[in-house]
Write a protein that binds this ligand. Structure first.
Ligand code: SAM
Length: 208
């Protein structure tokens, strides 16, 4: 196809061969990303029946589907994304750009007492291919997610935030260490080894 770059050709080839993509399709998950959350959740026991979970950067909905299945009918999942997301049973959705305060307020309005047990963020900008720009945009979204965690988590609550290594990374981890009892960085097997993506897992939020 005219205009398609070598790297996007490679991405497409890898995507269709990827066992996680095949598994997601056969098991009815909306994204391969679901396996990253599942792997982390199995090891860390983040999501439990009855919890209230906020999922940022939720589209197309793999993480929300998984969170919903874990928190069950006694729990709740509120999700948000800049893109539209096809409705999911039991998931309340707010569409908007999370960099805008107005979107934050609409999300907050759906949270009873303004508090959640678990905050998930898989937010990542559309990649331009210019590493410095992409990393800076990603870092901004990770910082907003951590800021949101500080505003909405219940004491003892947990956050899982996608973060790209690079400028600002150390400061973000340090900020999380100041607010949470336990912080670690995880790279689940389903996360492509070539990608600089990692997940900041911050547990036991200390409300100050
Ligand atoms: C890797 S995808 C999330 C996949 C999702 N966890 C799943 O399992 O289906 C990253 C998401 O971040 C969203 N995103 C990027 N910038 C955003 C912003 N400024 N506000 C809200 N969402 C944003 C994108 O639209 C995209 O859907």
């Amino acid at each position: 196809m005219a205009g398609r770059s070598k790297s996007s050709d490679r991405w497409l080839r890898e995507h269709f061969r990827d066992p996680y993509v095949k598994r997601a399709r056969s098991e009815g998950w909306r994204s391969r990303a679901v396996f990253k959350l599942e792997e982390i959740d199995r090891a860390e026991k983040l999501l439990k029946p009855g919890l209230l979970c906020l999922d940022l950067g939720a589209a197309p909905g793999g993480w929300s589907q998984y969170a919903r299945s874990r928190v069950g009918s006694r729990g709740r999942v509120v999700a948000s994304d800049i893109l539209p997301m096809e409705a999911l049973a039991g998931v309340e959705f707010v569409q908007g750009d999370f960099r805008e305060e107005e979107v934050f307020r609409r999300v907050l309005a759906l949270l009873p007492g303004g508090r959640v047990d678990v905050l998930l963020s898989d937010m990542a900008p559309e990649m331009s291919g210019v590493d410095v720009t992409d990393q800076a945009r990603s870092m901004h979204l990770s910082e907003l997610a951590l800021e949101m965690a500080g505003r909405v988590l219940k004491p003892g609550g947990d956050a899982l935030i996608k973060v790209f290594q690079g400028r600002g990374f150390e400061d973000l981890v340090k900020a999380a260490r100041g607010e949470f009892g336990r912080v670690k960085l995880v790279k689940p097997p389903a996360s492509r080894s070539r990608s600089a993506e990692m997940y900041l897992l911050a547990m036991k939020f200390r409300l100050v």
